[in-house]
Design a protein around this ligand. Structure first.
Ligand code: GLP
Length: 262
């Protein structure tokens, strides 16, 4: 794991955007794994800026989103599908045929999830997966005790995640869906590179457990310790409980310039 501590969320997001942009420039038909939530918003804004001002070209990029709520139509204002089009896809030149987001309205969920896995494989696999993290350490919607071998499937949210995500549902926990479709942890771990972003003190415990705790199903993100190319991009407050924070800074400051956006 490479832990990169930044002065604030904007600097962190710009750094993450440079990693995405470099991949897309080097491999124009790259496959991106994308996340929702408040954390990647500034990253998407920066990629939109790079598209508008520097011509960053997404026309051949394929995307796979991590997850979607079961029971929300793709047009629903609270669906992740709507979120992605509103916040990102409508403002870059991605080909809509290349956008893949789980469909929360399908009737045969297991068959649909198997097909989603096949689509990822047929695309050549995810080159770069963007992740946020839940306050309980979840990635995608893989809640604590999710199997590290899990594939795309239906999951039930924890009460804490329902409460945390109520801010996207007019602050009304009662209308947050209880079920979701999410890529599995096994699916996520097959991505060639992973960028996990975490901002704010609300994430500090989850980040400390992820980076420095034991690998345990109670902290799903801790499996990233077993990934060969996982970068953990933090702001100061999300890094506040890391024992080796000074070491991570020292490592980063000592990197040769050519490695600094990697
Ligand atoms: C949801 C999403 C996750 C996201 C998490 C954190 O549970 N399914 O992908 O990482 O929320 O959200 P936020 O970035 O808003 O803190």
């Amino acid at each position: 794991m490479e832990v990169i501590i930044n002065s604030d969320a904007r600097v962190a997001s710009e750094r993450a955007a440079r990693v995405v942009a470099r991949l897309v420039r080097e491999k124009p038909d790259a496959v991106l794994g994308l996340a929702t939530g408040s954390t990647p918003l500034m990253l998407y804004e920066e990629l939109i800026r790079l598209h508008a001002q520097e011509g960053l070209d997404f026309s051949r990029v394929t995307s796979f989103n991590l997850d979607e709520y079961v029971g929300l139509d793709s047009d629903h204002k609270w669906s992740y599908n709507h979120f992605m089009w509103d916040k990102f896809f409508s403002r870059i030149n991605i080909n809509p045929d290349n956008v893949n987001i789980p469909d929360g309205m399908v009737t045969d969920i297991p068959a649909y999830c198997d097909a989603y896995e096949r689509q990822i494989a047929q695309s050549g696999g995810v080159d770069l997966q963007i992740l946020g993290i839940g306050a309980d350490g979840h990635i995608g919607f893989n809640e604590p005790t999710s199997s590290f071998a899990s594939r795309t499937r239906i999951k039930t949210l924890t009460r804490r995640t329902v409460a945390d995500n109520a801010c996207f549902f007019d602050d009304d926990e009662a209308i947050v869906p209880r079920h979701c479709i999410t890529m599995g942890i096994g699916t996520i771990m097959e991505s060639r590179t992973i960028l996990l972003l975490a901002f704010g003190e609300n994430k500090a415990d989850a980040i400390a457990a992820t980076v420095e705790g034991p690998v345990a199903a109670m902290v799903p993100a801790s499996i990233l310790q077993h990934h060969a190319d996982a970068k953990i991009i933090l702001d100061e407050s999300a890094s506040a409980r890391l024992q080796l924070a000074a070491y991570y800074r020292w490592v980063y400051e000592g990197k040769p310039e050519w490695q600094q956006d990697a």
